[in-house]
Design a protein around this ligand. Sequence first.
Ligand SMILES: *Cc1c(COP(=O)(O)O)cnc(C)c1O
Length: 398
Amino acid sequence: MNSQEIISKADRYYLHTYNRFPIVLDHGEGVYLYDKDGKEYLDFGSGIAVCGLGYSNERLKNAMKAQIDKLTHTSNLFYHEPGANAAEKLCKAAGMDRVFFTNSGAEAVEGALKLAKKYANKNGKQRFHNIIAMDNSFHGRTLGSVSVTGHEEYRTPFAPMIPKVIFADYNDLESVKEIMNEETACVILETIQGEGGIYPASPDFIKGIRELCDKYDALMICDEIQCGMGRTGEMFAFQHYGIKPDIVCTAKALGCGVPVGAFLCTEKAASMVTGDHGSTYGGNPFVCAAINEVMDIFEEDRILEHVKEVGNYLWEQLEDLEAVCHAISYHRGIGLIQGIQFIPQVSASAVVKACMREGLILIGACNNTVRFVPPLVISKADVDKAVGILKKAIESVS
Ligand SMILES: *Cc1c(COP(=O)(O)O)cnc(C)c1O
C-alpha cells in the first residue's frame, strides 16, 4: 500500500479522536524516523516522551526478542523473574517500597487514586473525602484520570466525573491551602506539567504541598508519567526538590516503547490488600524484560549524566534563540523536557508543521507552546540541527 492508501483506510475505520499528521511512519534508527516514502525526520518528540533510548536500540531489541522466545505472558496468578527484577529496580530508582505495574499512564493514575481513597477510608476520613488536583494538568483519558485533569473541555463531554475533585492553581500554594482540610484524601500534581505547556513546579510549591499533606494526613501523588524516567537528568523529577511523594506514577518512557506503566508507593501508603486491585496484563514477563533492559542501559550508559549535559546545551541554544527571536515569549523546562511558548500572533502548531516539512518532529502543547522531548540519547550535533531547522521554521511563519 502507498501512503495515501494507508491514510484512507485508517481514516475509514479509526474512531476520529486524533488529528494525525498526514505522514505514514515506517521505521526508526537512533534518533531518526523514516516515513513510507523514505523521508528522514530528526525526532524531538519520542512518540510523546516515550522512546527514551531512541529507535532500534540493539540491546533493548535483543532483550525483548529473547523474552518473546521464552514467555510473554503469565497473568498475575504466578511469579516470574523479569517481574521480580523490574519491581526491585524501579522501587530502588524511585526510593519507594511497593510497585503495581499497569499497561498505561492513565491506569497508573487510576491505581494511585484508588490507593489514596483506600488509605483515606481506612484512616477514618469520611467516605466523601475530597481530592485536590491542579488547573492546566493532564493525567490521562480514563474516567478517573480525566476527572483530575485540569482542562474543562476534556471533562465536560463525559460528565458527571468522579465526585469531590477540587482544582487549585498550579504553583500557587495559597490556592491549595484555601481548599485543603482534614477531609482531603490526596493532592495529585505533575512535577512538571507536560501537556499543559512544560511548567515545572516551583520548589516552594512542591515543598509546601508536602507539608500540607503531612499536616492533614493526605497522600501526595506525583504524576511523573511524562517528566520521569530520566528526562530531567534525575530518574524522577521530584528528586530535584529534596522531597518524597507518597505515590509516584510512571509510564511513557518506562518501557521505551512497550506499553507499560506503574504506580509506586511508600510502605505507609500501601493500603491495598489482596482483591483490591488487579490487571490481567499488568507487568507481564515481556514488558518487564524491557523495563529491566532499559534500567540497565540507563545505568551502564550513564544516561542521566548525558541528559544533564545535552539538556543544558539545549537550554543554552534555546536561550540564544529566544534572545534574537521576538516570536518566542517564554522558555521553560529542565533537562530534555523543555518548551518554548510563542506570542499570540505566531501559532505553535504552524511552527510544528513547518518543522515537519523540513524533517524535524516536534510536538505542540497547551498555551501555544512547542515541546522538546527528544530521545534521551540525542547528541549536541542533533540539538544544533534541530535548533537550526526550528529557527528557519519560525521565520517562515512569522
Ligand atoms: C501521557 C500522560 C498521561 C497518560 O498516559 P497514557 O499512557 O496516555 O494513558 C498521564 N499523565 C501525564 C503527565 C502524561 O503526560
